[in-house]
Design a protein around this ligand. Structure first.
Ligand SMILES: Nc1ncnc2c1ncn2[C@@H]1O[C@H](COP(=O)(O)OP(=O)(O)OP(=O)(O)O)[C@@H](O)[C@H]1O
Ligand SMILES: C[C@@](O)(CCO)CC(=O)[O-]
Ligand SMILES: [Mg+2]
Length: 327
């Protein structure tokens, strides 16, 4: 039995545009998904107590034939099963053990579908736990690459390497196309997260931006402008110039909003943080619903968000310098 864990992340800058080759800077946070893998004779048995569909806790076998005994839309179930199935396929491939069977337990403290990278953390931890159980130790970079293949497949061929690289490596990272690197010398940033209790469908949101970009030249320019914001932000990263970082986060949120991936509750949490004099605030991840991230070293944004209608949870997120690890 091997247990591995991997962190979630917030985007300081650059989500969505990173899918089209612009740079992005995601930062790993101290919230994790833990996966325990035990080799069994054959097949795949998955226990995912956090995966609640319409109030049911889901247990299912990943043999491709049986499906969870719950009355929910097939695509939801497919997506839910897809991440673990594909991660296990990667682990079997890496260990050259095509017939290995697994019992998998998943649990974590990252809200699902909320922009904090729960899918990437799940896939990274699952690949590490399952290969570890087969006696193979993959380098974090290889886990990141294999996890990216999984997100790419499950998100219908539209994914960047950002979430999976960040989760595997930990810390603040920079991703531009296939060029992935860790950013050294980034101190803890004063992140405050507001969570509206909702979720967005990453695949559908990414497809929406792609369609806008195909239809309108100015939407393509908006994606390019996000890249410009990231490049500007990089020049102050690692300094304590939170004023400029925050201003650029605000700008980044405006551009994401123009691309249609914000929501009323995300906007109202962003404004609550700004009204409380946070340096800046933006949605994080795919959007549609879920989380915003604000930059504030005081308790003011935290307190304001606590009393913001539509904000269900608010917490500080510490930068996690550890990526995937065995527990
Ligand atoms: N602890 C978990 N147990 C089971 N499944 C999980 C778990 N965490 C994540 N998942 C899977 O990942 C899906 C969420 O992935 P999705 O990419 O939509 O959102 P996210 O990764 O949380 O946010 P974003 O991609 O915007 O950062 C869930 O619907 C579920 O299928
Ligand atoms: C929206 C997106 O940029 C980030 C989701 O966390 C998608 C991706 O990079 O694959
Ligand atoms: Mg995801």
């Amino acid at each position: 039995m091997v247990t591995a864990s991997a962190p979630g992340k917030v985007y300081l800058f650059g989500e969505h545009a990173v899918v089209y080759g612009e740079p992005a800077v995601p930062c790993a946070i101290e919230r994790r998904v833990r996966v325990t893998a035990t080799e069994i004779d054959e097949g795949l048995r998955i226990h995912a107590n956090d995966l609640q569909l319409d109030g049911f806790t889901v247990e299912y076998t990943g043999d491709g034939e049986s499906r969870p005994d719950v009355d929910v839309a097939e695509p939801l179930v497919e997506a839910g099963m897809g991440y673990v199935n594909e991660a296990i396929a990667q682990a079997r491939d890496a260990a050259d053990a095509p017939d290995a069977g697994f019992e998998i337990f998943v649990e974590g403290d990252i809200p699902l579908g909320a922009g904090l990278g729960s899918s990437a953390a799940l896939v990274v931890a699952a690949i590490d736990a399952a290969t570890g159980e087969l006696g193979v130790d993959l380098a974090a970079e290889e886990i990141a690459d294999r996890a990216y293949q999984v997100e790419h497949a499950v998100q219908d061929g539209q994914a960047s390497r950002a979430d999976t690289f960040c989760s595997a490596m930990g810390g603040a990272v920079r991703v531009e196309g296939d060029d992935c690197r860790r950013l050294e010398g980034i101190d803890n940033l004063p992140f405050v997260i507001g969570y509206d209790g909702g979720a967005g469908d990453t695949g559908a949101l990414v497809a929406g931006v792609r369609d806008l970009r195909d239809e309108y030249g100015f939407a393509a320019d908006t994606v390019d402008a996000i890249g410009d914001v990231v490049r500007e932000g990089e020049s102050v990263l690692g300094t304590d110039d939170y004023e400029t970082l925050g201003e650029l986060m605000d700008f980044n949120h405006g551009l994401l909003s123009a691309l249609g991936v914000s929501s009323r509750s995300l906007d109202s949490m962003v404004w609550a943080a700004r009204d409380a004099d946070a340096h800046g605030a933006k949605l994080t991840g795919a959007g549609g619903g879920g989380c915003i991230v604000a930059l504030d070293e005081t308790d003011d944004a935290l307190t304001a968000l606590k009393y913001t209608p539509g904000c269900e949870d608010v917490f500080r997120a510490e930068l996690d310098t550890d990526g995937v690890r065995r527990e």
